[in-house]
Write a protein that binds this ligand. Structure first.
Ligand code: FAD
Length: 501
């Protein structure tokens, strides 16, 4: 198992154990000392179970089918209840894990622990520890008993026979503003899914190239997830070299497009953990509802509340062009572009752009309310509504306003709506992330520091990217970073030629 590599988290997503002696059909994720902290720190799951076992122990072998029966419910892309509990195991019979098992005072096999995942990071457990947040699972000898124990802990009623999308457990409480905190994972998932779709469908061409660069610039500066900012910066900094504008100038368009796909596939735009293969905030209660398009909306709103006034027109065109060129749902992109085309004067305030996007989304909602009612295609737990509902933002509704019908007929207090958007898609969206320490004090600086640390490939001109660049700190810093790399590169070449003399 490659430590900390995409494979590790793919294991969570694809059920392929990959570790020594791991059955490829395993749902529980095998961890070892090299990836233990990292996987538990990064998982979006609310809880984790760690089973300490030894591969030679016959009781552990007999226990495995029980543990797997429960893990099937929670792990992997086919999980019935994804993102709630990450079920893992550590083989204490492997020498590299000795220290780890010692830290948890593993005295018998199998031994199971329960805690929020981050509590396991750099932690340990002792039998007489008075107030540990890590709990020993003392009644999990069979699959039924383990699931009972879990149900008691979190007040759930999961059953071993639960099947996908037949569950009643989805939190569809729209009046809970805290729900959006889970969407940070969906925003990452949507960013990666969009990038993968662009590559798989070979959508980068001479006529769409500039639009992608613009969008990447927006992500580098304002994506709410630090690792997506970093990943987008890596793509952007290398873009001109990998996909030069003259790449399509010969007759061999097909070859050029294939090459682009090949070289960009090596980038992980939101880091090695993503995509995970499931949705959290955007998970529908029926198969194939919500998901990617919900994640994309959330991403766009979260970008719109992070830009500065001077970037509002840039953000507007970047998003409109991105949807037009790269959102593969034909009806959606046509409708959206039509709404974009209706805007006649350039945006000069971030507020105006955020409110425009909000009302454009409501226009789509309004249309879909009717469409989904007649076609019966709505997700029963998440019917379309004019948003935000009163329960979520009472002050968004003018007290003297008419009874809520369509968005256009509601008398909105737009100052309050804007305030609400900022708080919902700004701070609340990243609150879980902050808790986990994924956000740096200064996102931009951290991005560049990380870039310096992680990119040892020779960095190449930003060319077109810089030509469209904005007068914003992040882009300025990116340009500086690029320049410093150029200097290093020159220095390196000089040194190299000297050595060759
Ligand atoms: C650009 C774009 C255009 C689309 N056009 C179409 C189309 O023409 N036809 C079609 O069938 N589908 C279209 N879709 C898909 C559709 O809008 C929904 O994304 C999809 O049906 C999933 O719906 P959902 O219930 O998850 O909520 P979504 O509409 O995806 O919304 C996601 C979340 O955003 C929040 N939200 C809802 N409304 C607003 C708002 N006004 N402002 C801010 N936040 C809000 C809510 O918390 C909601 O759960 C489009 C999607 C996108 C991204």
């Amino acid at each position: 198992l490659q430590a900390g590599s995409r494979t590790v988290l793919r294991d969570i997503g694809s059920n392929n154990g990959g570790g020594a002696g791991t059955d490829p059909k395993d749902y529980a994720v095998e961890l070892n000392i090299t990836n233990f902290d990292e996987v538990l720190k990064d998982t979006p799951a609310t809880y984790a179970i760690v089973e300490f076992f030894a591969h030679w122990c016959p009781a552990c072998r007999n226990y495995k089918p029980h543990y797997e029966k429960v893990a099937r419910l929670f792990n992997g892309p086919e999980a019935v209840h994804p993102g709630i509990i990450l079920m893992t195991r550590v083989d204490c019979a492997l020498k590299i894990n000795t220290k780890l098992c010692d830290k948890f005072s593993v005295g018998h096999y199998p031994m199971l622990f329960w805690a929020p995942p981050t509590k396991f990071v750099s932690a340990g457990w002792e039998p007489n520890q008075a107030k540990s947040e890590i709990r020993l699972i003392d009644d999990g000898r069979t699959a039924e008993r383990l699931l009972n124990w879990i149900n008691k802990q979190i007040g759930s009623s999961y059953g071993l026979d639960d099947e996908k999308f037949e569950n009643e457990h989805l939190p569809s409480n729209i009046s809970d503003p805290g729900q959006i905190a889970r969407a940070i994972y969906d925003v990452e998932e949507a960013t990666t899914t969009a990038f993968d779709i662009i590559l798989v469908h070979k959508m980068i061409k001479s006529e769409t190239r500039a639009s992608l660069i613009k969008y990447l610039q927006l992500l580098v500066a304002h994506h709410p997830s630090r690792r997506c900012r970093k990943g987008s910066a890596e793509v952007l900094v290398n873009f001109d070299d990998l996909c030069p504008p003259d790449m399509w100038s010969s007759d061999r368009h097909e070859v050029a497009t294939n090459n682009v796909k090949e070289v960009l596939s090596n980038f992980q735009i939101c880091g090695k953990e993503v995509p995970r293969g499931y949705w959290m905030f955007c998970r529908g209660s029926k198969n194939y509802t919500r998901g990617f398009s919900c994640g994309l909306w959330v991403l766009m709103h979260s970008l719109s509340v992070r830009i500065e006034d001077g970037e509002s027109q840039f953000a507007f065109t970047a998003i409109c062009d991105f949807i037009h060129n790269f959102f593969i749902c034909e009806e959606c992109r046509q409708h959206f572009y039509e709404m974009c085309s209706r805007v006649t004067s350039p945006f000069s305030k971030a507020r105006d752009f955020a409110l425009w996007l909000w009302s454009a989304h409501n226009e789509v909602n309004e249309r879909l309310i009717k469409e989904e009612a007649s076609l019966e295609t709505a997700d029963p737990k998440f019917p379309k509504i004019i948003w935000p509902p009163k329960q979520l933002c009472p002050s968004c509704y003018h007290p003297r306003g008419s009874k809520d019908k369509g968005s256009s007929q509601i008398e909105w207090d737009q100052d309050e709506v804007f305030k609400f958007l900022i708080s919902y898609y700004g701070n609340t969206l990243v609150s879980l992330y902050k808790e986990k320490g994924f956000l740096a004090e200064d996102g931009t600086k951290a991005t560049l520091d990380d870039l310096v640390a992680s990119t040892n490939a020779v960095v190449v001109p930003l060319g077109a990217a810089l030509a469209i660049a904005l007068a914003s700190c992040a882009f300025g810093a990116l340009a500086c970073y690029w320049r410093s790399q150029q200097k290093n590169r020159k220095y390196y070449h000089q040194l190299h030629s000297l050595k060759n003399i």
